[in-house]
Write a protein that binds this ligand. Sequence first.
Ligand code: CA
Ligand code: CA
Ligand code: CA
Length: 324
Amino acid sequence: MRIVCYGLVMTVALFGCLLVGSTASAQTGPENLVLSFENLAPLDEDVQGHYEGWAIVDGNPVSTGKFNVNMDGEPVGLGGGDVIDEFDAGEDISGATDIKISIEPPGDNDEIPSGLIIVDGEVMDAEAMMKTSVPGLETLETMTTGEFILATPSDNPDYPDNDNQGIWWLTMPGPEPGLMDLPDIGPNWKYEGWVVDVSNPDSPIPYTTGTFTMAEGFDSDEAGCNGGGPPFPGQDFVEFQCPPELVLDTGNFAAVISIEPEPDALEMPFQLKPLAGPIPEDAVGQNNAVNNQVLETFPTGTALLYEEPTATETVTWGRIKTQF
Ligand SMILES: [Ca+2]
Ligand SMILES: [Ca+2]
Ligand SMILES: [Ca+2]
């Protein structure tokens, strides 16, 4: 939508400005919706499922259509389809109060949204600015910080000196929790720690350190398949545990905290990565920071609904035409 003002002061004073619909991606009717996104990642449709838009009308969700996104974040049809300039809900959604984008499981055929909403926003003046729909987002955005140490406590009786083969989300002296102001993200999400081999930037290789919901307490697999370690999230990548064995202070690894959907179909970091940073070559024996990247990397979106042209505009346009 752009605003066109006519030059004469008298005309503007009498009739105000005209609202002229933008030329591209105009919503052609009250059943239509235009979606655009930043930082929304393509889904592996067979494993992760697909996106689906929902207009909340009188408190009930109306599907605006299933889609995936391409590498530019543009909505596309499932199975490698074309870019979708405009969605058609098949009924009037111009009175929607909210727009939500869900992730639906593979083969989903029902007409209700899954519990997993990735972005949503309230409709104001036929437009919804959508933000990532994770509980505690405001805390994640600016307050959440992270630190880790390298250590391998689970095999220390035999191997006290291989500290560069494990990572623990804690700080010393202590141990104190290394993840600060980590909000409760509810039943549909969980945190997961990762070390990522980035020696080939084109194909990074992630290794999980386990899933967790709080900064303190054991994660899903403790130090690895044989357990052990302190009551904090972390992992020992040592012979005593299951493979792989990793040496983390080579300058080739990054440390990452992701937020994963629950249940989680893919053994890869999900697109929400609130904290990440390199594992430095001098990481052993010190606390190491990961950076908050929520504002730069979390998905956002815009939903444009149909706006009924008002009678005033029509009258004004007619008067101007007769005047000039
Ligand atoms: Ca569904
Ligand atoms: Ca050790
Ligand atoms: Ca673990």
